[in-house]
Write a protein that binds this ligand. Structure first.
Ligand code: BMA
Length: 371
């Protein structure tokens, strides 16, 4: 894998040769002992082998030109939305600078795995006007969905009155306009289904609940919301819950659901909270009924990707694998994720293989009887 290039910025950038790539495939495994060690990622696929195979770090802060108002390089790039649109793979990146303000940068692939980052962040037309008296701190964690020939991003918006969701739309990834900013509620991890179902737009979202010990508000239930116009939403049904004591105590939808013959395949993130302040973010999957996506048909008992590589374990927030984008090529799915809230990484898997690991949800312990 060669280094993805940023499209602009006069600053010299680390070259493919000098940039450290902590990928399971390419990382030199220096060791004093000469004993060959089988890595989970390099073993041929087998029962119990990796469901998602790491492809390594895709983008680091060095790939992102600083925004115009900044005097310094950027700090981190993570949690990307992803979509294949008009012949190219595209990302919308969450970027933070040293002010800890958040920027959204588009990136376009010249070929899978080689992204050029735009020279400047996007601006969502109409957002300032829609915010009115609401104070907006951050707009982040985009999920990208194409519906009827338009690209939509659903984003979280941190405000002085909780976390809202907004929907924005683009044709070209440069010009973005606001579709709607939710008027109330406190929720995150909003993702749109790529088709209307029974005449309605559908969105998965994760209501935020009070957290103990001064922790940020988070949640342990993904719910289904519907809308006739993408402007106003009503929650129609719970979909699935976190499982106390296990890998996915808190949950949130990842990339938009992927249509398969067997149902909607949804990657999600699960958070193990067993040590307060030392959360572990991992990826898993559920399968939802095609006609009634509030029905869960299957769920992974175990996570299918967890922080193991240094770039997932060490960074701005340690131990984070946060899947937020997916691009499907036949049976293969590329999953794009934020690693340690610091860089963008990716992993690839067979959809059939993921489906084959799903278990009957009623056979999985909910953990609720033990809390
Ligand atoms: C979640 C969100 C994500 C972030 C993750 C790990 O609550 O804020 O954006 O990646 O925490 O810090």
């Amino acid at each position: 894998m060669t280094k993805p290039r940023a499209s602009s910025g006069a600053k010299p950038r680390a070259s493919a040769e000098t940039k450290p790539r902590a990928s399971a495939e390419t990382k030199p495994r220096a060791s004093a002992d000469t004993k060959p060690r089988a890595s989970a990622e390099t073993k041929p696929p087998s029962i119990g082998g990796p469901i998602l195979r790491r492809r390594g770090v895709l983008l680091t802060r060095e790939d992102v030109p600083p925004p115009r108002n900044s005097h310094a390089d950027v700090t981190s790039v993570f949690n990307p939305g992803a979509i294949h649109w008009r012949g190219h793979d595209r990302l919308l990146l969450r970027v933070q600078g040293r002010s800890r303000e958040t920027y959204l940068y588009p990136a376009t692939a010249s070929e899978p795995g080689h992204f050029e980052v735009a020279s400047q962040p996007i601006w969502i037309r109409g957002l300032r006007e829609a915010a009115r008296s609401l104070e907006i701190y951050h707009v982040y964690d985009p999920r990208l969905t194409a519906i009827d020939g338009h690209v939509y991003a659903v984003l979280a918006v941190d405000t002085n009155r909780g976390c809202r969701l907004l929907t924005a739309q683009t044709e070209d990834f440069e010009n973005w306009s606001l579709v709607a900013l939710d008027g109330d509620g406190d929720r995150r991890n909003g993702v749109l289904f790529p088709t209307k179902i029974r005449g309605e737009y559908l969105r998965l979202e994760r209501p935020n609940q009070e957290q103990a010990d001064g922790q940020p508000r988070s949640g342990s239930e993904v719910v289904l919301a519907s809308s006739s116009d993408l402007l106003s939403w009503k929650q129609v049904s719970p979909v699935f819950q976190g499982r106390p004591h296990y890998w996915d105590e808190l949950v949130g939808a990842g990339p938009p659901p992927i249509r398969t013959d067997q149902g909607w395949l949804l990657f999600y993130h699960g958070v193990a909270t067993h040590f307060v302040g030392a959360h572990i973010y991992q990826a898993g999957a559920v399968l939802l009924d095609l006609e009634d996506p509030s029905r869960v048909l299957g769920r992974t008992r175990e996570n299918i990707l967890e922080p193991r590589e240094v770039y997932e374990m060490v960074g701005q927030v340690p131990n984070v694998v946060f899947p937020s984008g997916a691009i499907v090529r036949g049976d293969e799915v590329d999953v794009y994720y934020g690693a340690a809230d610091t860089c963008v990484a990716w992993a690839t898997g067979s959809i059939e293989r993921v489906l084959s690991t799903l278990e009957d949800p009623s056979a999985l312990s909910t953990g609720s009887d033990r809390r």
